[in-house]
Design a protein around this ligand. Structure first.
Ligand code: NAX
Ligand code: ADP
Ligand code: K
Length: 512
């Protein structure tokens, strides 16, 4: 597995442990890193006339000297533009000494149209916004539209947060080492990286495992084992029953989208729980999805007692007010039932179910922290996130990954912090960053479908963090495959080919 994401501190530790374990040393890692970058430059630009290698003062610059040596050795016209000399006796100083090309100062960097730039100014060590010569170099490369191959990270992009500090290169490709970093997947960093190439420089999987990284690139390998398929003797209620709360007569569509997505995701039965005054409009638009009148908490209790649902969606189109809070807290108390069979496994709070608690989030968090509370997954977009976690949202230093984690710990809920770089975080610190989406998903009702997929998987007993990761990936894959013209109504059917491939790829459970 190579989907773990390493912070700069973890990458530094991986480096240290690898060197300590031997036989490879620091300059050995640097040579391999430089070889990988030079190989990528030659592969992408086989007829490059001139490559400008920009070298910073640290190890990122050290990689750059290796790149320049190899390119020059391959017959490519190569110029080094250096920002400061490497520290004496450092690996970077050794790499510079091995490089036969004299460097010119970065302060006078100039390039011609059609040339290529290798950005080896700053990588994991970026500590402040780019300024002076480095910022000017970004300006030169950008103005001439020069293709940039970045070493480890485009200079100016924080590997930990994906933030741009000051200005940053917009690379055509970024070659990084051993594992990706959060900044390769979080925006705006992801956009600045171009194609990301992961190079093996000899840091072993065993070393990475020792670091116990807690964040991953969200891919099926992380949750496919838990992905539900119906048993031979399945019947509809064994496949899980999802209840989706509908809003009033003029706001019923969101619940139906969510309900349809829950059904497509494999829940054996789905019921829309509708206020009495919206029963007619819901009934007119439902076929396989069931409908039940639900006006108050007593109705919820009766439904839970009699129909044994295993997951609920509350929020899409529901409205913000006392009723939303009362329903939310009643659902979180479902785990207190005396009758074990009447216990609810999972809840998805989306949209209005999140906003409704903006004045008193502690009440929600406290209810979610009670020992028997059903597992809670909340799916805020940026606006909803800032309503429930204003202090976390306002932090200008933390990454989206850190923010989702902090929110998950505070709320004792799996947090799906949505957007083009959705982050899924569990209260125990596990997290995943999603990267298979597309902007086609930015369409009204798309989030309602996501909440339904999540509930559908929860209802089939998929563990909450895995269910949320799977739902986000499946939703994104369906949206990207569908592409132009996508509206939320298309998504439930667009799930089908994605689900089929997952079921076929799912590891077979050993027999006997
Ligand atoms: N950790 C590893 O396993 C490996 C790391 N390698 C390379 O080493 C890099 C990290 O090297 P370093 O830790 O030396 O860090 P960098 O080379 O990224 O930065 C060097 C120094 O530049 C200064 N600096 C940072 N941002 C600045 C700014 N905006 N303006 C002016 N000065 C600034 C800081 O003092 C920083 O320590 C990686 O990105 C990668 O390219 C590779 O050689 C291979 C192995
Ligand atoms: N630019 C984008 N790229 C990828 N996914 C996106 C993008 N914009 C939105 N999405 C996804 O689309 C969904 C939108 O949900 P949400 O904002 O709740 O919309 P709605 O309330 O209209 O349903 C989320 O899953 C989000 O991650
Ligand atoms: K760089």
């Amino acid at each position: 597995m190579s989907d773990e994401l390493l912070t700069s501190a973890e990458m530094g530790e991986a480096d240290r442990l690898t060197i300590a374990a031997g036989p490879i040393d620091g300059i050995g890692l640097m040579r391999r890193a430089g070889e990988a970058v030079a190989g990528e430059v030659l592969r992408r630009y086989p007829s490059a006339m001139h490559v400008h290698v920009l070298c910073g003062p640290g190890n990122n610059g050290g990689d750059g000297y290796v790149v320049a040596r190899i390119l020059a050795g391959s017959g490519v016209a190569t110029t080094i533009w250096a920002s400061g000399a490497p520290r004496p006796q450092s690996d970077a100083a050794l790499a510079a000494a091995e490089c036969p090309i004299a460097s010119r100062p970065l302060s006078v960097f100039e390039a011609e149209p059609g040339s290529i730039v290798v950005d080896a100014l700053y990588g994991a060590g970026l500590s402040k916004p780019l300024s002076g010569d480095a910022a000017r170099a970004v300006g030169v490369a950008t103005a001439l539209h020069l293709p940039v191959v970045a070493v480890d990270l485009p200079s100016g992009v924080s590997g930990d947060s994906g933030r741009v500090l000051g200005v940053a290169f917009a690379a055509a490709a970024t070659v990084t080492f051993a594992r990706k970093k959060p900044g390769h997947l979080l925006l705006p960093g992801r956009e600045r990286c171009g194609d990301i190439v992961l190079a093996d420089i000899g840091i072993g999987d065993d070393i990475i495992a020792r670091l116990q990284p807690r964040a991953v690139d969200n891919r099926p390998a992380h949750w496919l084992r838990d992905f539900p398929v119906p048993a031979v003797d399945a019947h509809k209620y064994k496949r899980g029953h999802v209840g989706v709360f509908s809003g009033g007569p003029s706001a019923t569509g969101a619940a139906r989208l969510s309900a349809l997505a829950a059904a497509r995701s494999g829940a054996g039965a789905v019921t829309v729980l509708s206020p009495g005054n919206a029963m007619t409009v819901n009934a007119g638009h439902l076929t396989s999805i069931m409908l039940s009148k639900t006006d108050d908490v007593a109705d919820i209790r009766e439904f839970v007692g009699e129909r044994r649902p295993s997951a609920f969606v509350l929020g899409p189109g529901f409205g913000v007010g006392d009723k939303t809070r009362t329903f939310g807290l009643a659902l979180l108390a479902c785990g207190q039932a005396q009758d074990a069979a009447a216990q609810v496994d999972g809840l998805v709070f989306d949209a209005d179910a999140i906003t409704a608690f903006r004045e008193a989030p502690e009440i929600l968090f406290e209810a979610a922290r009670r020992p028997n509370a059903p597992a809670l997954v909340m799916t805020p977009h940026e606006g909803e996130f800032s309503r429930l976690f204003p202090d976390i949202a306002d932090d200008n230093v933390s990454s989206k990954l850190d923010k989702a984690r902090a929110a998950a710990a505070r709320a004792n809920a799996v947090i799906v912090y949505k957007g083009a770089d959705t982050v899924i975080a569990a209260p125990d610190g596990r997290a995943a960053i999603n990267s298979n989406g597309a902007a086609w998903l930015a369409t009204a009702g798309s989030g309602d479908v996501l909440s339904g997929i999540t509930a559908g998987l929860l209802a089939q007993a998929m563990p909450p963090f895995e269910a949320a990761c799977a739902a986000v990936w499946i939703h994104a894959d369906a949206g990207s495959r569908f592409g132009p013209g996508l509206i939320a109504e298309d998504l439930p059917l667009a799930l089908v080919p994605v689900l089929r491939e997952l079921v076929e790829a799912r590891p077979k459970v050993p027999v006997g």
